[in-house]
Ligand binder design. Structure first.
Ligand SMILES: O=C[C@H](O)COP(=O)(O)O
Length: 260
């Protein structure tokens, strides 16, 4: 396991209304209410409509859970119907925002230029982008997974300074492993996460490379988290489906299928 503070982030995707969000966070907080629990920073990434409720709960009960959004506009304000800005997310106390998730790239045709603009927008408002990269099945089968992921990293980090880069989180999410039950092996995860860290050293310097947390995402469950977390360049997980099951998510936060 790495020297960086691990991060386990739950991407709820388009699931749970604000009442269900409150119930889930309460259950998670109860199960993590252990003064010795310090294994990981725990984050939830609910839909926009849940954020105010989650904020109220986390602040009111002083929970050791942070939260963020799943997307943001590249713009700060204006006539952009349906969009949510970094300014708004910062005002709600968000810590994180995912950018470039493969579902945004696939269903909303987000390209590297837009992902880059969103990374810069997040950084402008002191939000930590969780920058998602990762290849589809065809690219993996053709052996292009590393080049593909590094290309997405390069594209997303244009005009990002070394100081800013230190604060970001990168998530390697092979598209073929998302929601499929087809988890990458710990070695697969390490191979690409290690290459991403090496690229950060080339783009910036070794200090930046060793500061950035790199997560693995794709069918993470309590049964496979321990092997993934044992890899030197994997600093946590971006969890989808398993993050809306409080018991399962808490086990993942403890890196084990043993604890409740
Ligand atoms: O953001 C999370 C990823 O898309 C992984 O989703 P999953 O855990 O349901 O495979």
């Amino acid at each position: 396991m790495s020297v960086r503070k691990p991060l386990i982030a739950g991407n709820w995707k388009m699931n749970l209304n604000h009442l269900e969000a409150i119930a889930l966070v309460q259950k998670m907080a109860f199960a993590l209410n252990d003064k010795d629990f310090d294994r990981a920073e725990v984050a939830v990434l609910p839909p926009f409509t849940d954020l105010r409720s989650v904020q109220t709960l986390v602040d009111g009960d002083k929970l050791r859970i942070v939260y963020g959004a799943q997307d943001l506009s590249p713009h700060d304000a204006g006539a952009y119907t349906g969009e949510i800005s970094g300014v708004m997310l910062a005002k709600l106390g968000c810590t994180f925002v995912t950018v470039g998730h493969s579902e945004r790239r696939q269903y909303h045709r987000e390209d590297d230029d837009l992902v880059n603009a969103k990374v810069l927008a997040a950084l402008r408002h002191s939000l930590t982008p969780i920058l998602c990269v990762g290849e589809g099945l065809e690219v993996r089968q053709a052996g292009g997974h590393i080049a593909h992921s590094l290309g997405q990293l390069d594209g997303a980090l244009r005009k990002v300074t070394a100081e800013q880069a230190k604060s970001i989180v990168v998530a390697y999410e092979p598209v073929w492993a998302i929601g499929t039950g087809e988890v990458a092996t710990p070695d697969d995860a390490q191979e690409v996460c290690g290459a991403l860290r090496q690229r950060l050293a080339e783009l910036y310097d070794p200090e930046v490379a060793s500061a950035v947390r790199i997560l693995y995402g794709g069918s993470v469950k309590s049964a496979n988290i321990a092997g993934i977390m044992a890899q030197p360049d994997v600093d946590g997980a971006l969890v989808g489906g398993a993050s809306i099951d409080a018991g399962e998510f808490v086990k993942i936060c403890r890196f084990s299928d043993m604890a409740g």
